[in-house]
Design a protein around this ligand. Structure first.
Ligand SMILES: Cc1cc2nc3c(=O)[nH]c(=O)nc-3n(C[C@H](O)[C@H](O)[C@H](O)COP(=O)(O)O)c2cc1C
Length: 197
């Protein structure tokens, strides 16, 4: 059975993290449930040159290879009828990459105002993996408190802070150091970086 992974892209800087994660997942027999927030689409346009075309076409134009058994389902942020909105939907993990401070705040306070918040809220109550890549700097006390609350509720807080000990040469190498850890936590095999030692 294919793993089922929910991927959310929010309007924080770092859309590249979401795209790199999708690239890694689409190359495998994984069912992906993708939700991009309205702000996420705007930042994608600004940071990646996405121009509002079909998102699958955009990924393919970037040379992303779709495994013959992968399945990409894309949902609107207001679609509360989508599978990720329900606790009866048995998925293997949800990743929010990148995660804005607004979405972090909504999740930390249990305010399920869109499908991303709702799917995260449901993941926490159903004790399914929720990995968040919150992006902001510097972090204020409210951001820190919200991260603490989300972590206490069961989320894995994984700030997208690249590592340098593998001697990255390109931006893509740097991004891979973060996405490799996400895939580790999803228990999905990858060759983005070598295991230390
Ligand atoms: C270019 C750009 C970069 C942004 N970067 C961040 C960021 O790094 N972190 C953040 O929390 N918000 C950032 N924002 C603001 C969010 O987009 C905004 O708070 C939005 O309401 C988030 O909505 P969402 O969580 O539904 O995606 C940025 C906005 C723009 C236009």
């Amino acid at each position: 059975m294919n793993k089922k992974i929910i991927v959310a892209i929010c309007g924080a800087s770092g859309s590249i993290y979401g795209i790199r994660l999708l690239k890694a997942l689409l190359n495998k027999p994984v069912n992906i449930y993708l939700i991009i927030s309205n702000a996420g689409y705007k930042v994608l346009e600004h940071e990646t040159g996405y121009k509002g075309e079909s998102f699958s076409s955009f990924l393919k134009e970037r040379g992303i290879i779709f495994h013959e058994k992968t399945c990409l389902n894309i949902y609107d942020q207001d679609d509360f009828f989508a599978p990720p909105a329900s606790g009866s939907f048995r998925h293997d993990g949800m990743v929010i990459a990148p995660c804005s401070m607004k979405t972090l705040a909504a999740i930390a306070s249990g305010m399920a105002d869109n499908l991303i918040h709702r799917a995260a809220d449901v993941s926490l109550k159903e004790k399914r993996p929720l990995i968040m890549l919150p992006r902001e700097t510097p972090l204020g006390i409210i951001h820190l408190k919200n991260m603490y609350m989300a972590a206490k509720a069961g989320a894995t807080i994984m700030p997208p802070s690249p590592s340098f000990y593998c001697n990255p040469k390109t931006i893509s190498d740097l991004v891979d150091t973060v996405i490799a850890r996400v895939l580790d936590h999803l228990k999905i095999e990858h060759d983005l970086i070598r295991e230390w030692g």
